[in-house]
Design a protein around this ligand. Structure first.
Ligand code: IPM
Ligand code: MG
Length: 383
């Protein structure tokens, strides 16, 4: 039976969820085609309606509109409550100048445009699924249940960049240098820390700040600001700090020690891949990129994407793991629409299917594997 969302005042409210769907390239559309029916089922069963506009982005945008982020796509994102993103980029567009390539010309501008500063990446490996991890079982006696909170609109990704001849007059026998700059402001660190605190409070209340404070000036500021923020606003949350090299090691030695990891953009990019793979596969890495602003439902505007890439080598072969895309849709229901029960139902269906042994090759641990569509059917059947 339908159970429409009830507000705090007790008034039943049927929501119209307006989303922009940007499948992108290679496996992007394949996994999106699996995620959408699952999303639609979860939404309509609760009495809400889903309205989606499908748009080209990345290489698909370049091929069909001459631009990785075509204007109609940006328009549709503006008109929506949230963006469900696939993945972009691949060998077909690798010869373009770096700044015109899908990742830099579509994904990063979207992050910047919608000020998606908070990237939330859950790493979950429930005990019954520990055999999907490449780690030895004795390293993960209790499974893994952590979240990586990655700052997403600052640091090296968005600092000033240049490539220039040295010396400046560009003598033929001269050298050349390339520069990326890492800049962080107190206010940027404070707002992402607040997201990490809220995340920790809904969990085991333990925050690990990962940095390189023995070398980097930005890390020194992060340490100071995060410690102050916790002290003044969240004394109930415990804070540990860890250098990034150690964190990379701890993630493969004893990943179960982490609850919430908070870190800057570049470190978060690297560590979240590592986290995903110890939790089974990159094909399990869902993510929420949350903005500053709220959507018309009073929840955060956000972009939701599987963060494992376009996997050109297996595209078009019904081999890709659709779980990260499906789990990203669940994150969207949770963060941009407040539909916690529906998000959990999808997450439970994914875990149920995997626990029943229905697995794509990347998480099959050498056992029998199913294809992308069969994986999707198994999830849908459990919803
Ligand atoms: C990610 C991806 C992106 C990033 C790429 C595609 C630009 O690796 O979301 O983790 O580096 O942020
Ligand atoms: Mg990455």
């Amino acid at each position: 039976m339908a159970t429409p969302h009830s507000t705090r005042s007790g008034i039943i409210r049927r929501m119209k969820l307006t989303i922009a769907v940007l499948p992108g390239d290679y496996i992007g559309p394949e996994v999106m085609d699996v995620a959408l029916p699952i999303l639609e089922t979860a939404v309509s069963r609760s009495g809400h309606t889903l309205q989606h506009t499908r748009c080209d982005v990345g290489g698909a945008g370049i091929d069909r509109h001459g631009k990785a982020l075509p204007d109609p796509t940006l328009e549709a994102c503006r008109a929506a409550d949230a963006i469900l993103f696939g993945s972009v980029g691949g060998p077909k567009w690798e010869r373009l100048p770096p700044a015109e390539q899908p990742e830099r010309a579509a994904l990063l501008p979207l992050r910047r445009h919608f000020r998606l500063f908070a990237n939330v990446r859950p790493g979950r490996l429930p005990k019954p699924l520990v055999d999907t991890s490449p780690l030895r079982p004795d390293r993960i006696p209790d499974g893994i249940d952590m979240v990586c909170i990655r700052e997403l609109t600052g640091g090296l990704y968005f600092g000033a960049k240049s490539t220039r001849p040295v010396p400046a007059d560009g003598r033929p026998d001269g050298d050349v240098e390339a520069i990326d700059t890492m800049v962080y402001r107190r206010s940027e660190i404070e707002r992402i820390t607040d997201v990490a605190i809220a995340t920790a409070r809904a969990r085991r209340r333990h925050l690990t700040l990962v940095d390189k404070a023995n070398v980097l000036e930005t890390s020194v500021l992060w340490r100071k600001v995060v410690a102050e923020r916790i002290e003044t606003t969240a004394p109930d949350v415990t804070l540990s700090t860890m250098y990034v090299d150690n964190a990379a090691m701890q993630l493969v030695l004893r990943p179960g020690q982490f609850d919430v990891v908070l870190t800057e953009n570049m470190f978060g990019d690297i560590l979240s891949d590592e986290m995903a793979v110890v939790c089974g596969s990159l094909g399990m890495l869902a993510s929420a990129s949350l903005g500053i602003e709220n959507n018309r439902h009073g929840h955060r505007y956000g972009l939701y994407e599987p963060a494992g890439g376009t996997a050109p080598d297996i595209a078009g072969q019904d081999k890709a793991n659709p779980c990260a895309q499906v789990l990203s849709a669940a994150l969207m229901l949770r963060h941009s629409f407040g539909l916690e029960a529906e998000a959990r139902a999808i997450e439970a269906a994914v875990e149920g299917a995997i626990a029943a042994g229905i697995r794509t090759a990347d998480i099959a641990a050498g056992g029998p594997a199913v294809g992308t569509r069969a994986m999707g059917d198994a999830i849908l059947a459990r919803l």
